[in-house]
Design a protein around this ligand. Sequence first.
Ligand code: KG4
Ligand code: ZN
Length: 319
Amino acid sequence: MHADYGGVVPELASRDHIRRVLPLTRELLATSGTTLNDLTAIAYTQGPGLAGALLVGASIAHGLAYALDIPAIGIHHLEGHLLSPLLASPAPAFPFVALLVSGGHTQLMQVADVGAYVLLGETVDDAAGEAFDKTAQLLGLGYPGGPKIAALAELGTPGRVKLPRPMLGSGNLNFSFSGLKTAVLTAVRGKTLSDADKADLAAEFQAAAVDVLVAKSLAALEETSLNQLVVAGGVGANRLLRERLTTQATQQGCHVFYPPLDLCTDNGAMIALAGALRLTSGVRDASGTLRLSSRFNTRSSSHAFTVRPRWDLEELRPA
Ligand code: KG4
Ligand code: ZN
């Protein structure tokens, strides 16, 4: 639906959400053998993101929660990504460093606990995924670009064309990806590229992006003296990034954790997990059953709601 436009069209997205959300909910309940009455709470994405799309999820979540007399829990989209490696096995233990690499964000975070996030560094311009998407567009590969660049890169050789590694030696944990995209633009402008040229460019672009992401992630581990790195967000599905991070972090005596591949890109399970962790605060009673955190004990809580199109992860507090 969005491919013709080279990116997500907000109005098309929210209208499509409205059409899909109830059939999808019914299908999900049916395939998981769950009924609405089995639910303890409903977690939904409260932000950041496109207001129209967020409003669809928030109103359905609060409408259902009101009808079922259970809490609705607004979750930060990136918190969902950040905690998704907890669904992997083995799972990391707090504290850890998280590399969040999605279409909208590129951040290194120090994570002490659920809701305790300190920003170590972030992109000063484009996100890594955005650079993959824009480069794919320049090479005529379509959207979303990440998987397409990665596939084409397999056929090419990095280094035949030279692209910069922006901010590699900046001495801090920030990133920049817009210069990399501009360098690709310069390399393709006014030229007719063969398929082999395009593959070489894709391979070099991927190598450049991965070089920077790996170097800064390792530097973050060193700076924080932590030895666990968690990688989350759509770009975390990139095979080269995974291989390089795992190899180099291991040499440094560190462990890298990834969410299962299908939970790297946007998904509902990571939002449900974050909701569950916030709902319970991880507190168990004597029988080992997770207890509801006091914030959610009162039933019939207000179902007035807002969405947060712009929302800093650092503003979050522990559950
Ligand atoms: O986290 P995500 O699903 O959505 C948000 O942005 O929140 O991330 C989507 C981004 C897109 O930019 C897409 O091109 C990128 O993740 N992506 C990849 C790969 N798979 C998805 N980038 C590089 N390599 C991949 N294999
Ligand atoms: Zn995402």
